[in-house]
Write a protein that binds this ligand. Sequence first.
Ligand SMILES: Nc1nc2c(ncn2[C@@H]2O[C@H](COP(=O)(O)OP(=O)(O)OP(=O)(O)O)[C@@H](O)[C@H]2O)c(=O)[nH]1
Length: 447
Amino acid sequence: MAIIRDKWRTWRSHWGEQTPLAEVLLGCFPGLVMLTDAHGVILRVNPGFEEHSGHPADALVGRRITCLDVDPLHGDISHALAHCVARRRSWRGVLMCRRADGRLIHQDGVFQPLEGSRGEPLRLLVTLHDITELRQKALHDHALLERLQGTLSRLPGVVFQLRQEARGGLDFLYLGDGLRALAGLPPSAVMERADTLLERIQPEDRDALTTSLAQSAVSQEAWWLEFRLETADGVRWIEGRASPSRRRDGTTLWDGLLIDITPRKQEEQRTQRLVSTDMLTGALNRRAFFDFGEAVRAHAARQGRSVPMAMLDIDHFKRLNDTHGHAVGDLALQAFAMTCRDSLRPYDLFARIGGEEFAVMLVDSSPEEAWGVLDRLRAAVEAIELEVADTTLRITVSLGLAVLPPEGSVDLALSQADQALYRAKHEGRNRLAESPSYPRSREDTPR
Ligand SMILES: Nc1nc2c(ncn2[C@@H]2O[C@H](COP(=O)(O)OP(=O)(O)OP(=O)(O)O)[C@@H](O)[C@H]2O)c(=O)[nH]1
């Protein structure tokens, strides 16, 4: 109130005793205030006028306000005047004015018509705020933002900000334009509904996403995950990295980057295939059998199950080699491996672990099922006809079966299978024999 009282005194002494209260109160506004008649002729200006416009106040009284405009005839001030007078409504907008020193300034202007109740002539109250600096800052910020957007869109990946609510819901607060190239999705659609993107993550990787985000939210450590995403061009491998920050409202924000790592993954898989595959037969090699075998055991152990496995050895292979030569022996190994693969399911493990020795691990099979599958495999090998020169060669295989218990070791189970194989050989070859711990009655054993 003290400020308004002071302003009142200032304005009263400047404009005279009869100044309406509304005009005086508006004198409290910072910036430039003036009163004009209906034609825009300046009647009064406030004391701060000179400071803001550089024009001496007395020199302006009696001139039209349009003289301040960069374009006195057709500029925005003419337009504002016409609007105010014709519609008797206030006008607000940005005006470009020229200061006394010639410098252009941007003003936020308000033209307010003042109509007295006793038929006094129309007056216009004009307030102007110099917004040149604000505007320059806004332009500068805008240019900076555009540069930043450009940089973000050229980054080799998609910049994102992900938010997780206290109850677990996820939404993207920001997603870079690179999402179109990465996933064929417009960022705005995903920012509106995060599931547009999340639903495309392969189901087995979605659990890993949920778990890894939860861990990162709790530990506040960086989030990292490689996951597969369905896109119009097929499945792509994506690597996500982000830094979390927890907010007071219980939400967690991650700022990070999504990168398409499909080419790297394909190369890794190609290399992995090369180092884990036997070149002659295309079967897994010994090392891969032990690595993947341990993963199969761990998976089955989580469900409390054992894994049936077997050692396979081609019968009298030395004789075949000696009689027909090593090259024919190689051919027989290839035909044998192909027949075995055809008799097994794609996810069963089949490996060459020695010269003419192979091993099998039957994923998700009971010992009874495994026995049936392997006996059919034995029969399929027996049916192989190897056309060499003008003779047809036949081969047979002996198999030793064992089970890998949930807490067992692949190595131990393989040596039990090897002992059973020895028995199969001893009992006449071209047959199956099981280790003592194999849960199957021996009555069903063929041959
Ligand atoms: N052609 C070929 N022969 C191989 C290869 N690796 C091992 N062998 C041969 O496989 C034969 C294995 O013979 P043995 O272990 O004595 O047993 P077998 O003749 O199969 O007799 P049983 O196992 O008792 O039925 C040897 O002659 C090896 O030289 C290979 O990559 N190519």
